[in-house]
Ligand binder design. Structure first.
Ligand SMILES: [Zn+2]
Length: 624
């Protein structure tokens, strides 16, 4: 496994596709696909135009202008599932955990809440423990009986899958985050009582039914609530540069093999099989697994039942109805509900956002940070209303949790430029922005439009004009670009930094009324180019031919409803808490506490500036 400590690797984590060789090759493929598709482009797009030459150089750039901020729409649910898995781990220990004996109250350092692990917050590595083993799932009633199996890995792999489809069902140039539909030869396969004649084999170690999936973010919540799924090893796998995926039909069974595939950011190779028997039994067969994190499970999909955390090495004797899973991590993880409950044992439920920093390294997910909402009580911003606050120890107020990882990975100066057009503190403020942004669709042309949305449908599209002042040198903290109209059908991005929130952002944050937003401009291009561009982070000096269109807040309101509460009654001051988590028996250094204080103070000031002094953060800790 690669070492994630230190600034160099930290910076690498910002840019997806940090393996230059791999990403250059895949982007070259992307370009060739684009050129092949050129006849389908609109007449204004000619391959020889300067704008298109720039588009080519942009797409071929070694970095691909995206950073993974770690916002996770299913984070609240998934951290609860992790918490339950941790509870299972703690309950199966021979010796009970030491009772909580730490006086958290005494450990507050000014406005930094220092919390020491009590043995229940930091989850030790849960290494994959099924090497050279197999699992057998036998259908019984409306569930499955899980048992250790004795199936051996078949060496008759069969047909190699040579290509895959990506999100938006586009043909992929590589074998990363893709799927392939495979008609089942010989016999249909019954799964949770439904017979299927096609399976969708995902590069990320799962099989889905009904349609393909490309999700690389392991999620017990997605396992339960999305597609019917068989996941022998859900991991961020990539079979582009080595390893292959196969399908075979043998007597009485279908065999799907992932052979010597590795994770996107790690080099260890994994080989495993799923065997689908005609009578409905399923076997997972593991030869070797080398992943930093993975999830194993099965699910009927669209389930109202919570996914059940189980220990697959020693499965329960009873039939399990509904989704079931176990997850593994080579690194330590955090039990966030346990952590926030420890915080609330000494602090009032008076905080809107909790920021968690650690002074040690742990698995903080695939992004540079990790953030999610635990409740939403605001209508009209494109987020559904939900409330999981109580499980996190906040019956009434907490909205979002942001985990920043190891503070050592962050520069000592919060203003330091870090990646793309971002400083460290602009990234922290970006995470705060996810409390409200950017999730909205709008109605136009008798259709529901998603043209404002970009990466993960939670950032502004690269094609949206999100300039934050009339001089046009900044784009929104939540991405998009400042687009200059060159007057000839071409447009150029002109921002020098992401900074500030736009009027549309401020409306969604409850800071200004709808009437003050004005027109929202976005660029329209052909679908294929749009799907290549929309997910990218802002960049300066990029030109393209496009048609400019306009959306209005009225159209957003038509789709999402009015914002409730509206700007007249919505809060303008938000309370945040900085938690610094330390290992058991370890106290943080003075310099670490000082650095946290610097970030806390910077964020408070930055947020005020970014909202044009319409909003503010209060980081004072309130004891209960
Ligand atoms: Zn983000």
């Amino acid at each position: 496994m690669k070492n994630f400590s230190g600034m160099a690797s930290f910076l690498k984590r910002f840019a997806r596709g940090s393996r230059e060789a791999k990403s250059a090759r895949s982007l070259a493929f992307a370009i060739s696909c684009l050129l092949v598709a050129a006849p389908a482009l609109k007449a204004s797009h000619t391959e020889s135009s300067p704008a298109n030459n720039e588009r080519a150089s942009f797409l071929l750039a070694p970095h691909d202008s995206r950073f993974n901020c770690g916002y996770d729409p299913r984070g609240a649910e998934d951290e609860i599932h992790n918490h339950r898995l941790n509870a299972l781990r703690l309950s199966s220990r021979l010796a009970p955990t030491a009772a909580r004996s730490i006086k958290h109250e005494a450990q507050d350092e000014g406005d930094i809440a220092v919390i020491e692990d009590d043995g229940a917050i930091i989850v030790p590595p849960s290494k994959f423990d099924l090497k050279n083993r197999s699992l057998l799932f036998t259908p019984e009633g409306d569930g499955y009986l899980v048992a250790r199996g004795d199936t051996k890995l078949s060496t008759d792999f069969g047909f190699r899958l040579g290509y895959f489809f990506g999100v938006d069902n586009q043909l992929l140039s590589n074998a990363d985050n893709g799927y392939r539909d495979v008609p089942l030869l010989g016999a249909q396969f019954p799964f949770y009582g439904v017979y299927y004649d096609t399976i969708f084999i995902g590069t990320n170690g799962y099989i889905t039914f009904g349609q393909g999936d490309t999700n690389a973010r392991l999620s017990a919540a997605a396992l339960a609530t999305e597609l019917p799924r068989i996941a022998p090893l859900w991991a961020d796998l990539d079979a582009t540069d080595g390893g292959d995926i196969y399908y075979n039909r043998l007597d009485g069974r279908h065999i799907i093999t992932w052979n010597a595939v590795s994770e996107t950011s790690h080099s260890g190779k994994s080989t495993f099989q799923a065997v689908l028997y005609d009578d409905g039994r399923i076997a997972f067969v593991y030869k070797k697994v080398k992943t930093s994190s993975s999830l194993i499970g099965i699910s009927p999909g669209n389930s109202e039942l919570d996914p059940q955390a189980i220990n697959l090495s020693s499965p329960p004797a009873e039939v399990i109805r509904g989704p079931l899973f176990e997850s593994f991590s080579a690194q330590r993880r955090l039990d966030l509900p346990a952590l926030t409950r420890a915080f609330y044992s000494t602090h009032a439920d008076a905080v809107d956002a909790i920021y968690v920093w650690a002074d040690f390294s742990y698995d903080n997910g695939q992004g540079v940070a990790h953030s999610f909402n635990v409740r939403n009580n605001i209508e009209g911003i494109g987020l559904k209303l939900f409330d999981r606050g109580s499980i996190y120890g906040s019956p009434s107020r907490l909205s979002s949790i942001i985990t920043m990882g190891n503070q050592n990975d962050w520069p000592s100066d919060p203003q330091q430029h870090v990646v793309g057009l971002n400083s460290a503190i602009s990234i922290v403020c970006h995470e705060q922005g996810h409390r409200w942004l950017a999730y909205i669709h709008f109605d136009a042309e008798h259709d529901i439009k998603d043209d404002l949305l970009g990466r993960d449908n939670s950032h502004w599209s690269f094609l949206v004009d999100t300039r934050t002042n009339s001089e046009g040198s900044f784009s929104s903290l939540m991405e998009g670009n400042a687009w200059r109209d060159n007057g000839t059908g071409s447009f150029t991005t002109v921002e020098s930094a992401v900074n500030y929130f736009t009027p549309l952002d401020e409306y969604l944050m409850g800071l200004i009324p709808a009437d003050d937003v004005g027109a929202i401009h976005y660029l329209v291009t052909d679908d294929q180019f749009k799907s290549l561009l929309r997910e990218k982070s802002p960049i300066t000096g990029f030109s393209m031919n496009a048609i400019r269109k306009t959306a209005t807040v009225e159209q957003i309101v038509e789709r999402e409803g009015p914002r409730v509460p509206d700007a007249a009654s919505a809060p303008k001051e938000f309370r945040i808490a900085f938690i610094l988590l330390t290992e058991q028996g370890a106290a943080p250094s003075n310099s670490t506490v000082k650095k946290m204080d610097k970030y806390r103070d910077s964020l408070v000031r930055y947020f005020s500036t970014a909202t044009n002094r319409l909003g503010s953060l209060d980081s004072t800790l309130i004891k209960n």
